[in-house]
Design a protein around this ligand. Structure first.
Ligand SMILES: C[S@@+](CC[C@H](N)C(=O)[O-])C[C@H]1O[C@@H](n2cnc3c(N)ncnc32)[C@H](O)[C@@H]1O
Length: 241
């Protein structure tokens, strides 16, 4: 018995790795999330499919229940794939799943995925680092677990680029905090449904970005690299007429 912890990539089904596809092809069971594009499941061959996705705020399955499902499936099947959106270890609780499985004597193999934190901006033509503009990058959650006794996110990051995941619900509140440490005119970009056909790019600054209607899933990028995106969009438009 083995569980492959597989990153499905940020949405576009072509962004899963070849190694991820190979694991899906030999899976007896696939335990998957909402963010993984369903088309990716077509790579399986007669595997049993178990959906354990969660919606923002309302948990379809609690993490403990998911952990138990993984343990139970691993004990009764040769190959289990745990398919997670983006990369399994970037805000995906993949680390907890890995430790639970190992504590239960179950072997785990790790197959990284294209994380939305980098893959979504890259797919849009936004380099998260750029020579002369940004030499450092922070990826942070915009929705730190409210039950945590001591909050770890202080919003006083001094890296050039800030990428916020799960950042829509508390965007106004978090931007207020960021503006205590960064110029309100700092460029901001929001990318909704990144890498998908209905992708939407919204640009602005810290002081005006929340005037827009923003829907999930979305990532928020703060920093001068947003101006590089604007330049790339203009140049692309010139080329493509
Ligand atoms: C629970 S986190 C999981 C992140 C995932 N493990 C990864 O590496 O991309 C979910 C968040 O990822 C971001 N996200 C995932 N897919 C996205 C997409 N296609 N477009 C924009 N943001 C996305 C959103 O911020 C969303 O709230």
């Amino acid at each position: 018995m083995v569980v492959y912890l597989v990153g499905a990539g940020p949405g576009d089904p072509d962004l899963i790795t070849v190694k991820g596809i190979k694991a899906l092809k030999k899976a007896d069971v696939v335990v998957y999330d909402r963010l993984a594009n369903d088309e990716i499941l077509d790579y399986t061959k007669n595997a049993e499919l178990i959906y354990v996705g969660k919606k923002s705020g309302e948990h379809y399955k609690k993490q403990d229940e998911i952990n138990q499902i993984l343990v139970d499936q691993a004990k009764t099947h040769d190959v289990v794939v745990r398919l997670k959106g983006g990369d399994p270890f970037v805000f995906g609780r993949g680390g907890e799943e890995m430790l639970t499985l190992l504590e239960n004597g179950i072997d785990v193999e790790f197959i990284p995925g294209v994380t939305s934190a980098i893959g979504v901006p890259t797919s849009a033509g936004l380099p998260v680092t750029h020579r002369g503009v940004a030499t450092s990058l922070t990826v942070v959650t915009g929705h730190e677990d409210p039950t945590k006794p001591n909050k770890q996110v202080k919003w006083n990051f001094n890296s050039d680029t800030l990428v916020i995941l799960m950042g829509v619900g508390l965007l106004k509140k978090n931007i207020k905090e960021i503006m205590k440490h960064k110029d309100p005119k700092t460029p901001v970009c929001v990318i909704e449904n990144g890498t998908m056909s209905d992708q939407k790019i919204i640009t602005g600054t810290l002081e005006d970005i929340t005037n827009n209607d923003i829907n999930t899933p979305a990532i928020v990028i703060v920093g001068q690299v947003v101006d590089v995106l604007k330049e790339s969009l203009l140049k692309k438009a010139e080329i493509n007429g």
